[in-house]
Design a protein around this ligand. Structure first.
Ligand code: NAP
Length: 340
């Protein structure tokens, strides 16, 4: 099989080599997928910079999901058959033409579904589903703030918020993205490059504040999010994009870490607010049944047309660097994939 192997941290042009590697064999309940394409995630940008602590040691094949056809089944694999078109999670190893994963980590998709739309269902829609439905349990009429709302996970959160009948406040960094958010049903799109999102929300909400905040930015934005919570409110932290730029110096990282704020349990009790942290790798490793549940749910909601993943672009393997540059540039909307 072929794989795009991460061989060097730093500039994306020099980070990957296409290598010939042995095709893995599916064992017990595993499934071998012949990939049409793999998805990019913001974590990959952090991995290329050497800032992603879960990244395996180099040389490594990164990548969290593939879209393709089942080529071979392990002796105990269930739920899919050879030839089925599927989207499947990979715990790294996704940037390859062949990927082995557990049968519970794949879901069947239609032959018509686009590559990026299908790939989005794995990491991005499952992360959003776990954050919004399983952890925050969003409800009709709740006021929710979604940071980086036009991105991959952001779009999924917006569609889940719309499904549940929430009033949505979504941040993004350009007028084009604000327009996109309006089209997606966000009632209050906010440009956080030109205004302070917390001040904008205070103007709109007055004392009533926000019920749920979804924060993928971390640092100061997280702290401001905590400050916006109404009694009974929850904040779900699942990223630290604020930390992605600049140097990796330990002092800078400590400073950025402290920007999140420190919260004593008594403070949470007095305010009656909750803080949730989400790392889907922990879920995949320790509670795979949750991931399976999320994947089945988003697959079903996509079939029903409730969730409509948005393509951020389909790149060919020789445009791997361009695809990463688009995601890093903060210009992308929806899911970016690379096809073989
Ligand atoms: N915890 C988990 O298990 C988990 C799983 C999946 C994803 N995530 C996190 O969820 C976030 C979204 O992931 P994604 O793959 O869907 O990416 P994405 O949202 O499609 O792309 C990242 C977006 O974040 C926004 N952003 C805000 N501040 C930024 C900054 N300082 N530097 C760079 N971008 C910034 C940018 O858009 P605008 O500035 O225009 O808003 C950019 O387009 C990432 O932080 C990722 O690490 C976490």
């Amino acid at each position: 099989m072929k794989a795009a192997v991460l061989v060097k941290f730093g500039s994306v042009e020099q980070a990957f080599q296409i290598q010939e590697l042995p095709t893995p064999e599916p064992k017990s309940n595993e499934v071998l997928i012949k990939a049409e394409a793999f998805g990019l995630n913001y974590a990959d940008i952090m991995a290329i910079k050497g800032m992603y602590q879960d990244c395996p040691p180099l040389p490594a094949v990164i990548g969290y999901e593939v879209v393709g056809h089942v080529e071979k089944l392990g002796p105990e694999a269930k739920g899919v058959k050879v030839g089925d078109r599927v989207v499947g999670f990979s715990r790294f190893g996704g940037y390859a033409t062949h990927v082995v994963t557990q049968d519970r980590a794949v879901v069947q998709i239609s032959n018509e579904m686009g590559l990026s739309e299908a790939a989005a269902l794995a990491t991005q829609y499952c992360t959003a589903y776990f954050c919004a439905i399983e952890q925050a349990n969003i409800k009709q009429g709740e006021h929710i703030l979604i940071q980086a709302a036009a991105g991959g996970v952001g779009t999924a959160l917006v569609q889940l918020g719309k499904w549940k009948g929430c009033v949505m406040y979504g941040t993004a960094g350009s007028e084009k993205k604000l327009q996109y958010l309006k089209e997606q049903g966000v009632q209050h799109p906010i440009n956080y490059q030109t205004s302070d999102f917390a001040e904008e929300i205070k103007k709109l909400r007055g004392d009533k504040k926000i019920d749920v905040v979804f924060d993928s930015l971390g640092g100061k934005s997280f702290k401001k999010g905590v400050g916006l919570l109404a009694a009974g409110g929850k904040i779900v932290g699942f990223g630290a994009a604020e930390m992605s730029g600049g140097s990796k110096s330990i002092f800078k990282m400590i400073k950025l870490g402290l920007n999140f704020g420190l919260y004593h349990p008594v403070y949470l009790m007095m305010k009656t607010i909750g803080i949730f942290g989400v790392n889907m790798l922990q879920i995949a490793d320790n509670k795979p049944e949750i991931l399976e549940r999320c994947l089945k749910s988003v697959g079903e909601l996509a079939r029903q047309g409730v969730l409509k993943p948005v393509s951020g672009g389909v790149y060919s393997i020789d445009q791997l660097a361009e695809a990463h540059k688009l995601l890093e540039s903060r210009q992308s909307i929806g899911k970016v994939v690379v096809k073989w």
